[in-house]
Ligand binder design. Structure first.
Ligand code: ADP
Length: 391
């Protein structure tokens, strides 16, 4: 026995986390006794020149890389494999042990996430072929948002039409919102059940969520990850009539509009750059387009902070996470400036200090804590996976 954690040396305590995305496969092998990362890697440019031919080839490359480090999928130390799956629809509201029937159900959800779910499914199929008897778990990006009440989840459109096509707010980045809201409660020394948090996940994709007592009650992304905040290349909220206008007046086709709003909008569309670091540099040189992009980004963020403050009633913390949220003091400051009436007072010095761990950046007098919490979606997926596999 290992005295420190009560597990036998050589026991299956490792979890492989696979994030099979639209053009890349990321993986991490974690030991659940101490959360050590034993291996991490990334296979990029799937289907492009110089990259893996397809997702199946990329997954085999992952298996070979692990083999090469003596950490192959056939290791008896491996307890389970956890797969990130983007869309769980209304069918999957919690992490789920994968069976043939579960794979079929995820396949049926492809129309809701045509870019993402097929890649996730291939990841699952390849690793199940390699280790058929090993427990494998699907962890859904939408699951944490399944608790959102109907009043927030429904769009005000014809009910029968909405139900026929599965149109409602699902929300995404759920593993991050779950992890970060819990970590915020820990940082405040409170129980998640007693803590209300607005989580701002600001990466390339960006979303906000309102979490009351550990339960998600609203989020900014909707049927797809396009709705809500301004993102690196996605527009976030637009008047839906923009789409009709582009069709009728601009003569654009549906796929062109899809590409415009998902890939050529957001910060990129406004100023030609989607990296907040580059935008900061350009703003310092007085670049007007970069300044506009920043201002639109921050304005949208403030709208959601205000909206979710009203949704929650009592806010204990506002937490920033992901690439922009963890690193951009300028975005955090601009988002919360002058919100003293909402009980939010930043400490500009704390906010400006570069840090790596979970930390508070609000003034000690602030009624609402402002926190920066590094997200760890892989650890969250590994925990969910291990819990189900060892039940
Ligand atoms: P993804 O959504 O792809 O996981 P990340 O959470 O890693 O993305 O966020 C990536 C984004 O974070 C980059 O596009 C960049 O805008 C931003 N970012 C990273 N580091 C910094 C930094 N030091 N300052 C400002 N923005 C940063």
């Amino acid at each position: 026995m290992n005295a420190a954690n009560g597990t036998k040396a050589g026991a299956p305590t490792r979890v492989l986390v696979i994030n099979s995305g639209s053009s890349s496969v990321k993986y991490q092998l974690l030991d659940m006794t101490d959360h050590a990362r034993l291996a991490t890697g990334l296979v990029e440019r799937i289907g492009e020149r110089g990259g893996a031919a397809d997702h199946a080839a990329a997954l085999r490359q992952v298996a070979d890389e692990l083999d090469g480090q003596g950490l192959g999928l056939d290791s008896p130390r491996l307890a389970a494999i956890g797969h990130r799956v983007v869309h769980g629809g209304t069918r999957f509201t919690a992490p789920t042990l994968i069976t043939d029937e579960v794979v079929t159900a995820i396949e049926e959800l492809v129309p809701l996430a045509p870019l993402h779910n097929p890649a996730n499914i291939t990841g699952i199929k390849v690793t199940r072929e390699l280790r058929p008897e090993l427990p494998q778990v699907a962890v859904f990006d939408t699951a944490f948002h399944a608790t959102i009440p109907e009043a927030a989840a429904r769009y005000a459109i014809d009910l029968a039409t909405a139900d026929r096509y599965g149109i409602r707010r699902y929300g995404f980045h759920g593993t991050s919102h779950a992890f970060v809201s819990r970590a915020t409660a820990a940082l405040l020394g409170r129980e998640p059940a007693d803590t209300n948090v607005i989580v701002l996940h600001l990466g390339n994709g960006a979303s906000a969520s309102a979490v009351r007592g550990g339960v998600c009650v609203d989020t900014s992304m909707g049927l797809t990850p396009l709705e809500g905040l301004v993102m690196g290349t996605r527009s976030g909220d637009v008047d839906p009539a923009v789409v009709f206008h582009l069709e009728r007046v601009g003569g654009l086709g549906t796929d062109e509009i899809d590409t415009l709003l998902n890939k050529r909008s957001g910060l990129l569309g406004l100023c030609g750059d989607n990296d907040m670091r580059e935008i900061g540099r350009r703003m310092a040189e007085g670049d007007k387009a970069a300044q506009l992009a920043f201002d639109v980004y921050v304005h949208r963020l403030r709208r959601y902070i205000g909206a979710f403050s009203a949704v929650l009633g009592r806010v204990d913390a506002i937490t920033f996470t992901a690439g922009v949220g963890e690193n951009s003091a300028a975005v955090r400051e601009a988002a919360l400036l002058g919100l003293d009436n909402l009980g939010v007072t930043m400490d500009p010095v704390r906010n400006a200090v570069r840090g790596t761990g979970a930390r508070l950046v609000s003034a000690s007098s602030s009624r609402v804590a402002v926190a920066v919490v590094p997200t760890d979606e892989e650890l969250e997926i590994a925990r969910d996976t291990y819990a189900l596999a060892t039940e």
